[in-house]
Design a protein around this ligand. Structure first.
Ligand SMILES: Nc1ncnc2c1ncn2[C@@H]1O[C@H](COP(=O)(O)OP(=O)(O)O)[C@@H](O)[C@H]1O
Ligand SMILES: [Mg+2]
Length: 270
């Protein structure tokens, strides 16, 4: 018989911590943007970040990505302070409004996804067979087969979004960060996006952090949710998104309705 206490400590740890934010504060022009944010994202987890506009979601992602510096507190990526982190090829980032870029963007789907191989390969190296193979499998995984030769600018919002994801995963990241990836895409593309999320986690073991406004879908599709309104109002299992009191605290009013998925208990509005 083996008691839990006999198992070596390391084996009991749930998983490697990929992102850790400790007591993070951010001020911009004297205004408080983030207050005492504490967050851990474990390897293989899908974390959804929700919250009102201006709540600091993009700002938090930018701190995690080392694009901005917190006013105080610590951010660690893969166990290292972000200021010292150098393995940026392990991190993929799709910024907010990525799909609204130049409609005349001249590259094809195949070329754009292949560009995802530049980071791991280095700019001054020719692509190898392996790069083409990885790009091909990313295209396939993202449901873009048949569109390889099309110009990205001419694709639908949902297809463009999947091109960006394919490009990001072609560099074989361990962490993928996406800011409102489902904003402005049609419901069918949104469904495909969430199916793809599941495959990225199951087949590639990716850790994913993304921002979304679709509370109903998020609550059904993520491992954990972080509710951010300048500070973390809630962080934990996503079923809490059905708690009306929490939503009121998060959004500060009765303005939020949550789309119900069939399995989840309903939240009744007043
Ligand atoms: N580049 C910027 N310069 C000054 N203030 C900014 C900038 N970006 C965001 N802010 C402010 O920081 C706060 C948080 O914004 P943001 O992180 O974009 O929130 P969210 O992504 O949740 O909508 C808001 O008050 C916003 O006005
Ligand atoms: Mg934002």
């Amino acid at each position: 018989m083996s008691a839990i206490s006999e198992i070596p400590t390391a084996d009991r740890l749930v998983g490697q911590v990929i992102v850790r934010a400790s007591h993070v504060e951010l001020y911009r022009d004297g205004q408080e943007v983030l207050r005492d944010v504490n967050l851990e994202v474990a390897k293989g987890e899908i974390l959804g970040i929700v919250g009102p506009n201006g709540g600091g979601k993009t700002s938090l992602l930018r701190l995690i990505l080392g694009l901005d510096r917190p006013s105080s507190g610590e951010i660690e990526l893969f166990g290292e302070p972000v200021s010292r982190f150098r393995e940026w090829h392990r991190v993929g980032y799709i910024p907010q409004h990525a799909v609204a870029f130049d409609p005349n963007f001249p590259a094809t789907v195949r070329e754009t996804v292949l560009l995802g191989r530049v980071a791991p390969r280095g700019v001054f190296h020719w692509f190898r067979q392996e790069d083409f193979a990885v790009a091909r499998s990313a295209i396939e995984l993202c449901g873009l087969s048949g569109l390889e030769g099309r110009r990205v600018g001419a694709l639908s919002g949902g297809e463009k979004q999947r091109v960006f994801i394919a490009k990001a995963i072609a560099s074989r990241p361990d962490l993928l960060v996406m800011d409102e990836p489902t904003a402005g895409v049609d419901p069918e593309s949104e469904r495909r996006f969430y199916d793809l999320l599941g495959r990225l986690k199951d087949e590639l073991g990716l850790t994913v952090i993304f921002v979304s406004h679709d509370l109903g879908v998020v609550s059904a599709r993520v491992d954990r949710v972080a509710c951010l309104n300048r500070t973390l109002v809630y962080e934990g299992p996503p079923r809490a998104l059905h708690d009306e009191a929490l939503l009121r605290t998060l959004y500060g009013g009765g303005t939020v309705t949550i789309a119900h998925s069939e399995e989840e208990p309903h939240t009744h509005g007043h």
